[in-house]
Structure formats: C-alpha cells, structure tokens
Design a protein around this ligand. Structure first.
Ligand code: SIN
Ligand code: CO
Length: 373
C-alpha cells in the first residue's frame, strides 16, 4: 500500500515543525488502516514486542505490560492498548512512515500504534519528542495545551501525567486526520469510539546521551590515552588550590577528543544508526551463497530492507545499525541508504564486483535485507 500525504512541507516546517501543534485535516485522504485491531492485539501477545495496556476507572489508573495472554477481562470502555515500533514487526505498517521521509531518517524513531475503546487514553501528558498522530478507524477527541513548564506526577509508577490544562487545540479526529505535536506541549486523547491511532515518532538525542555514547566509543576505540601533563607547573600560594588555567587545560583535553572531526563523524554515524527498539532479525537458514544472490537479482528479484533498520550516510560512508560500511562503489552504497527496496538496476555495476557481492551477502545473511515475496 502507498500512502499519499497532503502536506505543503516547506510551509509546515516554517510554521509548525518544532514550533506549534497543528491538526492536518484529511492529511491522508481516504485513509485505510494498515492493520486491524485484532492484528495489533495479536502483536501485543508476542514476547519480543513492547506493549502496554493502560486503563482507568474513577480516576485510578492501571498499567500492565505485554506480552498479554488474553483480553477477556477487559470491559467495553476506558482502556487502550499501545504497541511500540510496530513497523519493525508488521511490514505493511511501515508504509505509513514513508511519506515522512521528507524529514531526515536519522531524526525518525518508530511507529507506535494504539487501539482504544470509548474513554480510552493514557491521560494528559507531555512527550520529549515530535510526533505525528494519525487517526485510523473511529473518532477520538484530542486536546493540546500551550507549552509551559508543568509539574509531572505518576498516578501509577509506569505512567507520567500532567495536571489538567486548557486547550489551544480541541478537536475530534476522524480517519485520515493528523495531529502534529512538537515536544513539550501537553496533550491527551480520549476515544469516542473504538479507534486506532498511529504515532510516527521522532528522536532527538540529549546532551547526556551524546556524552555517554561518545564516552563508550572513546573506551571501545581506546582513544584519549594521553595524560594531563604540566612541565611548567604553576606555583600557587595554597597547595589545595586548582588554578583556572589547570581547569582549562583539563577541559581542553576533553574537548580535543570531541574536536577530532573524523572520529566524531565515525562515532556519530555508529551511534545514531542504532535503533532504540528491537529489530525482527531472522537470518536466512541456510545462509545464501553470493552467486545465489547474484542470480536472483539478475533475474529481477527485489530486496526489502528490514523494518526499522537504520541506514544512514555521512559523506561517502554509510552506517547500518551501528556498523560502518565502506566500499568504492559509491552509487551502490547510496542506493543501500536511499531505497527501502533494491534491485539489480539500483545496485548497478557493483554487483559484478565480488567484494561488493560478498558484503551484500553478509548483509542479507545478517537478516538486514531479505528477498521480497
Ligand atoms: C495514543 O494514545 O495513541 C498516543 C499517546 C500519546 O499521546 O503519546
Ligand atoms: Co503523547
């Protein structure tokens, strides 16, 4: 299935992206849900899949985590089931993310899908990330408040909420409508009917995550072995003092590590190409031989990229799920990064080079790409 998003991107980015929430009425005209509530409930029964059930009764909130064994105990109102990274597990849903590739792949996270019965929702809360919430079947009332510092509280240990807020957006979403919410705007959605919501979520690393990720890289690559040195050790009045120039020197040592553009690029590519959610990796059994892959592609077969696999490019290098990939076949590397589906034509001459074919074979035998159909 192909989804066509009615959106003027330059205008959207200028007026709303990271700035203001907005309802994109009929963003997806004639929207067709890529999966059914039953299929979603089935996914939430699988142990690898990350899911939650949130319910409330008279202001008391309950959260339980999947995998779920049955749904028999649930009533007809006030609950919602939420499944993370469905695009990793259910191929057709990934199509919903494609129209958002107008925004860069590295900023995209996953597709979270929820099914809610009347009254169902997770309550008023704020998120750290941008999100496009697409309405599928059913109607749901969404309220969004102004961005402001808000106290958060936990009505249940696994649920972070904010106090009631007054709305700047208060609308009933119908199938194909999209609500965009930048980070920090309080919001809540209450279902009016049995309804499905598809959340295309973004990611943005915090300084803390960057520092900690870079520190891991420094250790792993055994960088920064040089020690603090002071052949001109400055005299001081009090032996207990650390002088400003000494502090500055220690700081400069750390900054110099980050300031190496080549290392920084290599680290960032590895870091940001790692997914935050488990991948559905199923390596082919038995593994393919290079000539089998060559023949299949030459006969017109196509390769699909594993759902949720992050393939990013910095200059001439591509990064796949935390690993760096180099090849003199620039165009073929670009094709790996650019296209979700590959064929012989997109890979071009590289297919004739045994070393590229060996690399491709390894990617396929790792379960990162698989033959369609
Ligand atoms: C949802 O209930 O589908 C989305 C929850 C949220 O607002 O993050
Ligand atoms: Co939210």
């Amino acid at each position: 299935m192909e989804y066509h998003l009615e959106l003027n991107w330059p205008e959207f980015i200028q007026r709303y992206w990271q700035k203001r929430p907005v309802v994109l009425k009929r963003g997806f005209p004639n929207f067709v849900d890529p999966l059914s509530p039953d299929e979603l409930a089935g996914l939430a029964m699988e142990s690898e899949v990350d899911s939650r059930l949130v319910s409330h009764l008279d202001g008391a909130w309950q959260v339980s985590h999947g995998p779920f064994k049955s749904y028999d105990h649930l009533g007809e109102s006030n609950w919602s089931i939420l499944v993370q990274a469905v695009n990793h597990w259910h191929e057709p849903t990934a199509a919903l993310m494609r129209p958002f590739r107008m925004l860069p792949d590295w900023r995209v996270d996953d597709l979270m899908i929820s099914f809610s019965v009347p009254g169902g929702g997770v309550g008023p809360h704020i998120d750290q990330y941008d999100v496009f919430i697409i309405q599928g079947i059913g109607r749901r009332r969404w309220r969004v408040g102004e961005k402001a510092p808000m106290k958060q509280h936990c009505p249940h240990p696994d649920l972070l909420q904010v106090a009631p807020f007054s709305a700047i957006i208060d609308e009933e979403l119908e199938s194909g409508d999209i609500l965009y919410i930048p980070p920090g705007f309080p919001h809540e959605g209450y279902s009016l009917e049995n309804s499905m919501n598809y959340s295309v979520g973004f990611r943005a690393p915090s300084g803390r995550e960057l520092i900690s990720g870079f520190a891991d890289y420094v250790l792993q690559q055994e960088l920064g072995g040089q020690r603090y040195s002071d052949p001109d050790i400055p005299a001081r009045e009090h032996p207990a003092d650390i002088l400003p120039q000494e502090l500055e020197k220690a700081r400069a040592m750390m900054l110099a590590l980050i300031d190496d553009p080549q290392q920084f690029r290599a680290w960032f590519g590895e870091f940001i190409s790692q997914t935050r959610h488990e991948l559905d990796i199923a390596p082919p059994e038995p593994p393919y031989q290079p000539d089998e892959i060559y023949d299949a592609l030459r006969q017109g077969d196509t390769l699909n990229r594993l759902g949720g696999l992050r393939v990013l490019r910095i200059d001439e290098t591509i990064y796949i799920n935390g690993e760096k990939l180099d090849s003199p076949h620039r165009l073929a590397l670009f094709a790996l990064a650019e296209h979700l589906q590959l064929d012989a034509q997109k890979l071009g001459d590289a297919l004739e080079d045994p070393s590229f074919l060996a690399m491709l074979t390894e990617l396929i035998n790792s379960g990162y790409w698989y033959f369609a159909g």
